[in-house]
Design a protein around this ligand. Sequence first.
Ligand SMILES: Nc1ncnc2c1ncn2[C@@H]1O[C@H](COP(=O)(O)OP(=O)(O)OP(=O)(O)O)[C@@H](O)[C@H]1O
Length: 511
Amino acid sequence: MNWLENLQRSFFDWDAMASVLPALLAVGLKNTLILAAASTVLGILLGMVLAVMGISRSAWLRIPARIYTDIFRGLPAILTILLIGQGFARIGRDIFGPSPYPLGILALSLIAGAYIGEIFRSGIQSVETGQMEACRALSMSHGQGMRLIVIPQGVRRVLPALVNQFIGNVKDSSLVYFLGLLASEREIFRIGQDQAVVTGNLSPLLLAGMFYLIITVPLTHVVNTIDNRLRLGKQKPGGGVSGLVEVGELKNTTGEASATPDGTAAAPAFKAGSLDVRDLDMAYGDLQVLKQIRLKVEPGTVTCVIGPSGSGKSTLLRCLNRLVEPKAGDVLLDGESILAMRPETLRRRVGMVFQHFNLFPNHTALENVMLALTEIKGMATGQARRQAEARLAEVGLAARKDYRPSRLSGGQQQRVAIARALAMDPEVILFDEVTSALDPELVKGVLNLMADLGRRGMTMIVVTHEMGFARKVADQVAFMDEGRIVEVGPPSEIFDRPKSPRLRQFLAEVL
Ligand SMILES: Nc1ncnc2c1ncn2[C@@H]1O[C@H](COP(=O)(O)OP(=O)(O)OP(=O)(O)O)[C@@H](O)[C@H]1O
């Protein structure tokens, strides 16, 4: 039993623990938290700068960020702390006084910055490209899209990694004791170790270890909870995404004119612009994707663009709001060349709805619709809210306004995306295969809503594989093949009397 007593004396000497407890609480805990928190905050600031430099298009910013990160991530923490704490001791004394404590914080921050920079960079780069595309389609500049949507999303995604970094800093703070701290500056480890020497056993160190665990273990659980809340947003009791709810809500979208939430006013009329596409060419590198496209779209009409995969339908739409730049030709919006406008101005007038919705996941349905109103149109929050609520009511989603996209069905998400585009009061809306990503039972609801918009006089260009919709709703149908518009005309001609063999073959395949 001798070894058992030995172990007990080494690790569980209660008197030794009791004697070190006050110092651990009053001095060690405070200093460890100061060291870890200060180095995390400074590391976050430095990491933000490094991340922005790291994703910059300029090599002059990217390369220094890379070199910094490689050095400070590659060196052992203790080496950096000693090099900075002792190497700069003289300068440190001049600036901070005799204590090496501030230099310890600086060294920890420089190390943390290198890791946090990489965490932010990968977080920002993990945000889907569709998010920035949606920002641009809502007329935001690149900077606004980064600031309002991409960076916050990236940062939220890396929250657990940042907490891990804080936990790392809590542990690494023990290394600054190598700089010879004053008694009042000792952190948890140093106090435990000093007392272990005095008592001749490891119990004070074991207690110090428990202090570290008390700080670090709950943090991981807290961050998981926060992360779940942020991801799911506010949840109303019984708020499912069932097909029944979907069908019930659709009643609101089938009427000729919808009402605002209080049911007092009819939905506003659309501005209904015209488009005139003139000899448009577009190429991705050497790949000529659009060839001499000509198309006239009258105000308040629905144009459906059909054609085989890869024929250039999406690219044509993206040229119309300059998400991609045409190589030659022009497009007139109400007689004005879109190439002569600022892209942001054009995109206020020409809205777009995407196949994959591209809703902003960490905003509610209402916020998704409001965002561009407040940020781009500069509308006061109250007015933007009322307008956004009216638009959500128009698409049958008034009751879902506080839901985040993850709590909505695909069909509901797509209707929020349509409300978001409508809220900008566009003259034209481009729909890019907006039902292709939906479950079959949800397609009808979205198509009904689009048909409703068409009836109410919105100018719409709809890339679609839904031939029934094109036949029923379109004023004209354009058939594209290999980058050209092969045939254009009213649905009855295109579907019942196709002229070109290529269109006949296409229809035989899809109908
Ligand atoms: N970003 C890009 N870079 C290079 N090539 C591209 C890019 N986007 C599209 N393409 C190419 O341009 C051509 C037209 O693509 P586009 O997406 O416009 O066709 P689509 O008719 O909309 O096809 P689908 O019905 O499959 O969506 C295709 O050959 C495609 O591979």
